[in-house]
Design a binder for this molecule. Sequence first.
Ligand SMILES: Cc1cc2nc3c(=O)[nH]c(=O)nc-3n(C[C@H](O)[C@H](O)[C@H](O)COP(=O)(O)OP(=O)(O)OC[C@H]3O[C@@H](n4cnc5c(N)ncnc54)[C@H](O)[C@@H]3O)c2cc1C
Length: 312
Amino acid sequence: MTKNNITETYDVIILGGGPAGLTAGIYLGRAKVKTLIINEGSIGGQMVLTHAIANFPGVDIDISGRDLSLKMKAQAKAFGCDFESNVEVTGIDLSGELKQVEIDGDEVFAAKSIIIASGGTPRPLGVNGESQFKGQGISYCATCDGDFFTDKEILVVGGGNSALEEAVSLTQYARKVTVIHQFDHFQATEHAIKLAQNNAKISFIMESEIQHIIGDQTLKGVEIMHMKTKARSQVFADGIFIFIGYIANTDSLPDSIILNARNEIITDENMATNIDGVFAAGDVREKQFRQITTAVSDGTIAALSAIDYLQK
Ligand SMILES: Cc1cc2nc3c(=O)[nH]c(=O)nc-3n(C[C@H](O)[C@H](O)[C@H](O)COP(=O)(O)OP(=O)(O)OC[C@H]3O[C@@H](n4cnc5c(N)ncnc54)[C@H](O)[C@@H]3O)c2cc1C
């Protein structure tokens, strides 16, 4: 993709404006490193999908994901970071000493170092009818769409912390919430499980998997199959919220960057990738725990490693 019409050259370009990218921006800006954060989508990344963040140190336990995102962005901006938000990254060239990023098929920005902090995207169920009703009954974000289901009956798919916490938050709108989970136990903390189990509006269908979505002009429900008995049944609902994990956003990266079998970027403990001057931070990289605090930690290390690289 190497181009000559470069709009502006930076020391570091950060791809992604979630907690990993914003934290890297705070550290780089504060160190007077000329930094651009390029973000597809809304600033804050997955944080803006979160109704309340109770486990980020030093903030109110009911802070919304949006508010925490805005605080992080304001901090990065105050230290001098530039932003290109709600753009599409249409080209990435990591081959030369000066790396290039093209946005919207038009402007090209260059930098000596790149931090990839492009995070993850909700994992789809992959069943018939999902794409037809996406955004029209099927959602991956309780904070964004919960209000549309006021006094309605909804299904929540998944059994991890996100699914149970978002199921609880959806009870402030919905008349009834049914959690459908494929195993006989949850993969969530005791606290999250208790909160969901003690909520009178929530019921559970365990050991069952959705086979397909039922609907014509509008969504009507799902057909499920019991994992052991293989018995099939139908569950009717006005909406479905899916929280079954995330896929790393690595599609737009060049083949030269080494990924694992799940398409996550492989880094060392300093967040360095296999390409000199290219670092990765947050949910996009291979690791076990994906939280805001771990993304923030990765962002810090990636920024300090980039500074080290620039000095050498
Ligand atoms: C519903 C839900 C609830 C959660 N609740 C909590 C919680 O309570 N506490 C907690 O600690 N964690 C929670 N998490 C997890 C936490 O939000 C993530 O671990 C964290 O946001 C990951 O940060 P990140 O910066 O790596 O990536 P992301 O937050 O995914 O941000 C990446 C950003 O990069 C953008 N992007 C994608 N591709 C590109 C590209 N090619 N170029 C430029 N930009 C790109 C994306 O649009 C996005 O804005 C929750 C997640 C979800 C989905």
